[in-house]
Write a protein that binds this ligand. Sequence first.
Ligand code: MSP
Length: 514
Amino acid sequence: MSKPFYLTTAIDYANGAPHLGHAYEKVLADTIVRFHRMNGEDVHFLTGLDEHGQKVQQTAQKRGVPPQQCCDEVAALFQALCVELNISNDDYIRTTQPRHIKVVQELLQKLYDAGEIYKADYKGFYSIRQEQFVLEKDRLENGKWPELFGEVIEITESNYFFRLAKYQDWLRKYLEENPDFIFPDFRRKNVVEFLKEPISDLCISRPKERLSWGIELPFDKDFVTYVWFDALTNYYSASLEKGCWPADIHVIGKDILVPPHAVYWPIMLHAAGIELPKKIVAHGWWLSAGRKVSKTKTDADADAPKEKTALELAKEFGPDAFRYFVMREMAVGQDSEYSEALYMSRYKSDLGNDLGNLVNRVLNMTGNYCGSVSPAATVDEAPEQELRELWEKTERQYHGLAAQLDYRNALDALWAFIRGINRYADARAPWKLAKSDDPADRAKLETALAVMSEGLRLAAVALTPVMPGISSKIQELLGGVPATQFAGNQTWGNSLVGKTFGAKAILFPRPEKK
Ligand code: MSP
């Protein structure tokens, strides 16, 4: 039996509430797995929470509560977000779970026994915010440290190191020989460039006196595991019960590609004799007024005109509109700008005017002229033939682009078809045909309604991975059961004939006027 298609997202830091960046990553991952499911594949979809490390320890100390309590609270927020956005994850890993801790310790022990981990003294500058040692070369010209490091202190410590450098050439070669390992390709090339400069071994321990909130080293109880070593292992530890390793896709943001996912992770696995994941998909950032969307608010934000966040709009207008907006707006791998105005413009025009209007027309006219029972198409003239041909072209484009993760253009193509159905309706004008007593006009009227409904059904099925709720709703309004796979449901046919349609439905209510 073949293993399920296994997809993961980054696990979110447990030190703040979710925002658009986290939500996007989950929707992107969910869309990918739903395409695979609709293509008949067995899928295992993992997301989760990164609970250890300095930041969680500090937050807990400040609040005077146990760190696990902070994590539990944040886990509840992120899990609620998954439900709210209709994310179909099969598992949710938290790095404080015993199933994970056990695997991290086994991996460490294995690498230690194999001589891949050694102890050494280290004197250097340490960034508290980034939880990492920083180098002289990281200093700014004025001698200060970049703001992103926060407070930087000088320390000497005994620590454990993982032999990363020894695998540098192997990794570079691997990346050159496996062009599909990182998407988009320009990022793989960046990693190859990065690996042309010497890399150092990785410090994988933290002394407990400085950090206690972590996984204890199995060979030295005075230390805990460096949080990235711990966090990356989640993909593997969560896969063991399911037997679905290697991962087919790791979905992550571009900020955590180099070095954690593209350098540490492949080398950790290779050194331990574990198969590498097949592909890493690194998406871009959501920006707001040109800056990365994040939980930290600056003074500039306080002065900025208050606009609703994407997650507030998701609450107000539902998960499917949010999912459509992010998948339609962002080219996977590139950055994209968020604004309330952009969101609302997609909502009103693409969803309200194009899709929502089509649904209303189909339901209203089938109700008014055919007692809500879907008629058969008996006329086949130029308008019908053109629309069918447009569908055939759209179907190829849509699924072809989606297979390349180009959801933005896939949706663009699908919307050209949806607008095509509306144009067909305008051309046939069933509301005029309805006034005629001529049986030939009646045949055209019924044909027009049958053709519009069939087009809508095909578009709704295609939309399943992106807008699962709305897609099901439309298929139900058309008197059917939501399709669970594309096969057999994406060819033009007459499966709706005789079906009883629902009454009116307002899928995308107009925003209330302020
Ligand atoms: N805990 C680490 C990941 C460990 S994976 C073994 C982490 N957490 S995070 O909460 O900071 O980010 C989680 C994911 O959200 C990352 O993939 C990150 O790139 C993504 N995003 C956070 N802000 C983002 C935007 N503004 N835009 C898009 N995604 C970004 O990193």
